[in-house]
Design a protein around this ligand. Structure first.
Ligand SMILES: [Zn+2]
Length: 215
């Protein structure tokens, strides 16, 4: 079943996944059900679609999982129209030269209304890649997809990304749903099986990087 666009409620959060643009980018809007305070995670492709999904909520800030072009192509517009602060990891801020208003740090929480979500730093696909976790759910950016890890541009980056995946993703409760920066969701349980198979098959092989698949 496709989960490219989703809108559901947890006990405290209204969760929206918007699938936008030619690269199947995902933007996430989380709203505190009680206070209607919301946040925008990643700003791909269409400020119009993003802002219309925020209607009836009070946007508090924007967070970026990372700053590759297809995840920030609507950032300037969304920032200008909402006027809210932007939170980024320092490493992505430095690498991509984007001015942010506050820093995202590994293990720290960001709050809106009655909701707190945890920042989890998973370098590899980008140096500052940050996931956002709350029980049962993790918005993971381009850290991991159903079919493999995010793209890397050197073997060292792939090794770093696999380390992040094993230490920070696969250690989450196994029922946790992973919401990536593109396409369909996966889960920690499914990823655990695929990563262990990948390793049992002798991967990663020397010099591997790029678009790696688990199979
Ligand atoms: Zn990316």
């Amino acid at each position: 079943m496709s989960n490219l666009n989703q809108n559901f409620d947890t006990e405290t959060i209204n969760f929206q996944k918007l699938n936008l643009g030619p690269y199947s980018n995902n933007v996430y809007i989380l709203t505190c059900k009680k206070s209607k305070k919301s946040i925008i995670i990643d700003t791909s492709h269409s400020s119009k679609d993003i802002l219309s999904a925020c209607k009836g909520t009070e946007v508090q800030f924007i967070l970026q999982t990372h700053c590759h072009g297809d995840h920030i192509d609507a950032l300037d517009e969304v920032r200008e129209i909402t006027g809210v602060p932007l939170g980024l990891h320092k490493k992505d801020k430095e690498e991509f030269g984007i001015t942010s208003d506050f820093e995202l740090k590994d293990g720290e929480f960001v709050s809106f209304g009655d909701v707190s979500i945890k920042c989890v730093h998973t370098p590899g696909h980008s140096k500052g890649m940050t996931m956002f976790y709350f029980p049962g759910h993790c918005i993971c950016g381009d850290t991991i997809f159903p079919g493999g890890p995010g793209k890397t541009w050197s073997h060292e980056q792939l090794l770093q990304l696999l380390k992040s995946i094993k230490e920070k993703v696969l250690t989450l409760p196994k029922e946790t749903i992973l919401y990536p920066g593109h396409g369909e969701n996966t889960t920690v349980a499914k990823s655990k099986i695929l990563v262990s198979k990948y390793e049992l098959n002798g991967n990663p092989q020397k010099e591997d990087f790029g678009d790696i698949t688990w199979e």
